[in-house]
Design a protein around this ligand. Structure first.
Ligand code: P6P
Length: 337
């Protein structure tokens, strides 16, 4: 609860700035504005069928996916929250074909915000956890922040990344490049309070997350790895494993950041033509930054996700992330061919 020893997100950011001088006023404002937008989204999500925001919006996005009303609403909330502050040069989103320019009557800043406003949309109408994922970049010299190319930076250049999971509690997980930290929304006060400092993902696990219905499409190294997990204690791993698949990356990653595990949406013959299923700039890169800062690992199966050089704004990549020893094992299998 919000007591004398509770640390709000604002206090955390100010104390980090005082101690390490790494969070200037613009970045602090950016994080606080995004957090405030997530509170607004949490309220809209929480209304469910009573809010008149479930179901399809009747529009489609650049991914060729039908947009849910909450997808569009969440996107608008994040745009409106971030336009006036003077901290951004531009914004990009899963729901927009190209970057959104800061309106001329507002000042511009040096950061770029790229986000998936509401990930896991297929779960919205069935009351399963969903979330917002965001990544903060610097606008490259000589660019305005409205070009696709301004956002096409490898994940190693991220200044900050986070997600907000709208579940039984609303929890913001954030990295500014110095550890991964969790803040839970105190709904009575309306503040995010620090509930986890320097989260550490256990290097080993007995829990894996993958959509098993894609088994027939997997590459051999993934098939080998999953077969070994399913073989359990009678197989080469000598221990039993458990499986979870929420169908909402934010929920699966939050479980892994909280108690360990490995999450996989690997390259398969179904998604090979697009390069994978999940989007690099606003799903894979922020989650990889968060996971690595919590001691985990994140690869495409063939390289660190954050070292992929983007060539398109909505580029897709394979994703294997979580407990380091498991990610290294399955990545090693890829290296063996
Ligand atoms: P599938 C949600 O649409 C998403 O982008 C991720 O959040 C989730 O992990 C994945 O797709 C689920 O994909 O193929 O299992 O429906």
């Amino acid at each position: 609860m919000n007591g004398p020893n509770s640390v709000s997100l604002t206090r955390f950011l100010i104390e980090e700035q005082r101690a390490k001088g790494k969070i200037g006023a613009d970045l602090r404002l950016l994080i606080e504005v995004v957090a405030r937008a997530c509170k607004t989204i949490s309220i809209a999500v929480g209304k469910g069928a009573l809010g008149g925001v479930l179901g399809e919006a009747g529009t489609g996005n650049v991914q060729g996916e039908a947009q849910k009303k909450l997808d569009v609403l969440s996107n608008d909330i994040l745009l409106e929250a971030n336009e006036w502050g003077g901290h951004l040069a531009g914004l990009a989103s899963e729901e927009m074909d190209h970057p959104h320019a800061i309106p001329h009557h507002f000042p511009k800043g040096g950061y770029l915000l790229v986000f998936d406003p509401l990930d896991g949309s297929s779960n919205i109408d069935v009351n399963v956890s969903i979330g917002t994922i965001f990544s903060v970049l610097r606008c490259p010299e000589g660019m305005t922040g409205t070009e696709d190319e301004a956002f096409q930076q490898p994940g190693t250049t991220q200044v900050a990344a986070g997600y907000c999971v709208y579940g039984p509690s609303t929890t913001l997980v954030l990295t500014l490049g110095d550890g991964t930290h969790a803040f839970t929304l105190d709904r009575e006060v309306g503040s995010f309070l620090l509930t986890g400092r320097n989260l550490q993902i256990p290097p080993d696990t007995k829990e894996f997350a993958i959509n098993m219905s894609n088994t027939r499409f997997w590459e051999a190294p993934v098939k080998r790895y999953i077969d070994e997990l399913v073989a359990g204690k009678d197989g080469p791993r000598g221990k039993d494993f458990n499986m979870r698949w929420v169908g909402s990356m934010v929920a699966d990653v939050h479980r892994i950041v909280t108690r360990g595990g490995v999450f996989m949406y690997p390259l398969d013959s179904k998604t090979a033509a697009q390069g994978g299923r999940l989007r690099l700039l606003y799903e894979a890169n922020p989650m990889a930054f968060i996971v690595e800062q919590a001691g985990g690992a994140a690869t495409t199966g063939r390289q660190r996700i954050v070292e992929v050089k983007p060539s398109k704004l909505h580029q897709r990549v394979p994703v294997i992330l979580g407990s380091r020893n498991e990610v290294e094992r399955v990545t090693g299998y890829h290296g063996e061919g």
